[in-house]
Write a protein that binds this ligand. Structure first.
Ligand code: SF4
Length: 435
């Protein structure tokens, strides 16, 4: 019997990329690969890229440059590039980097086995078209899961065309997977010990297929044996339909956590971003969600220094943050993505944008701290995901997605345990099980 080949994947970006990396590893399982955490000794190194953040392609090219000595030492080492940078710049990657054997876009990774066969013959393989067939039809069944929490991609692509974002160009227009297949995949995951599912999509609350919207899909998944918790991300404020908001109040398996990006608190900037909603529209949606589920933890994304942003616009963003009170948020300085409408506009002065980012992050960090500190003394449910580094310690997530370290010598991975929070640390909570 031949030894399995080793596959090392470096994943950048969002949870959708984490999910894609798992599915690509499973797909290459058909070609005799097993995943490894060690880059040394790997037979294939794959970089799963993200195009959202600053300098994505520069990062990729410097990663590839660092792989050159390994490739020179071992010409049999295969180097693959996947994800959104592969989609957007595949031909350029092939041209500039002869050491790359394979380039695969996010809609094409079901073709990996045939592409791998091609590169084994010494050819190079590139696949970045959006194929008509559903890649999910061609992927192997999910393998044993690594823990009780898993991602499940239910929707891909986006039709919103925010002025700063490449997703509509790299992932294509919105496609929702059929509900019966998703329910079957969820059932299968539950039979393999998964207890918590995060439903993923670039614009997940636009999910629509076979008469199902996201709320109906969530309600039916909540009925499946073994599935105890559900979450979803990432959402657009304009797609927070009534039934989805209602589900936050009446579907106990839907966790009190919502990531709803707003990007800016200024109506002028929201318009320039082509977000198609105002700050007030967004705040009204949050009011309704909080009415349905008062203890919900809210998180968001912000871009500062979008072209044309004035001090007054930035103050509007700070005011919105103060009004909402976020449990967590991501904030970034605007950086132009080639090919997007905003890339044509004049950037805000770098020093000004840096100062704004610092001020916003200080405010968001203080809110995050306050939300975490407020948990001390409270009782939460923790799903144990792994043993902690200390003996007799388990680590898991609360309903609000706080990481919790629990002193519990009898704890088992996959258990859902009532825990009293005793301490708030820098990025996690500590607690003890209720007797
Ligand atoms: S809704 Fe999200 S994914 Fe879609 S274009 Fe806007 S930022 Fe990009």
């Amino acid at each position: 019997m031949t030894d399995p080949k080793k596959l090392f994947i470096k994943t950048y970006g969002c949870q959708m990329n984490v999910y894609d990396s798992e599915r690509m590893a499973e797909s290459l399982g058909a070609s005799g690969y097993v995943q490894t955490d060690q880059i040394d000794g790997a037979d294939m190194v794959m970089i799963n890229t993200c195009h959202i953040r600053e300098k994505a392609s520069e990062k990729l090219f410097s990663d590839l440059g660092r792989l050159r000595p390994a490739k020179e030492a071992n010409p049999n080492l295969k180097i693959a590039v996947a994800g959104c940078v592969a989609q957007a710049e595949g031909a350029e990657i092939m041209r500039r980097m002869p050491l790359v054997d394979l380039v695969v876009g996010p809609q094409s990774y079901h073709r990996l086995p045939e592409m791998e066969a091609k590169i084994q013959k010494g050819e190079r393989a590139i696949e970045t078209e959006f194929p008509v067939e559903d890649k999910f039809d061609h992927l192997p069944e999910r393998k044993a899961m690594r823990g009780p929490a898993a991602f499940l991609t239910v929707q891909e692509g986006c039709d919103k065309f925010c002025a700063f974002c490449v997703v509509p160009y790299t992932r294509g227009s919105e496609v929702s997977r059929p509900p019966e297949r998703l329910l079957a995949e969820a059932r299968n995951l539950a039979s393999r010990g998964v207890r918590e599912l995060t439903l993923l999509g670039q614009n997940v609350n636009a999910y629509s297929a076979g008469g199902y919207g996201l709320a109906r899909l969530i309600r039916e998944m909540a009925q499946l044996d073994g599935i105890q918790r559900l979450r979803y991300m990432t959402s657009h404020p304009n797609d927070m339909e009534d039934d989805l908001i209602a589900a936050h109040g009446d579907c106990p398996a839907l966790m009190p956590y919502l990531h709803l990006p707003v990007q800016s608190g200024s109506d002028r900037i929201l318009k320039a971003m082509n977000r198609k909603h105002t700050a007030d529209d967004y705040l009204r949606v949050l009011d309704r969600v909080r009415n349905a589920r008062p203890d919900i933890l809210l998180t968001s994304d912000f871009i500062v220094g979008f072209p044309g942003e004035t001090d007054a616009d930035f103050q509007d963003t700070l005011n919105l943050v103060r009004k909402v009170g976020y449990g967590m948020a991501y904030s970034f300085k605007y950086s132009a993505r080639p090919g997007t409408p905003a890339a044509e506009k004049l950037d805000v002065d770098t020093a000004v944008a840096d100062a704004r980012l610092q001020e916003l992050q200080a405010l968001l960090t203080s809110q995050q701290r306050a939300a975490q500190d407020a948990m001390v003394g409270q009782v939460v449910d923790v799903l144990y995901e792994k043993a902690g580094r200390l003996d007799g310690q388990m680590v898991g997530k609360s309903q609000h997605l706080h990481a919790v370290h629990v002193t519990d010598a009898a704890g088992q991975v996959g258990q859902l345990v009532r825990v009293r929070i005793t301490e708030s640390k820098s990025n996690s909570l500590a607690g003890v099980p209720l007797g």
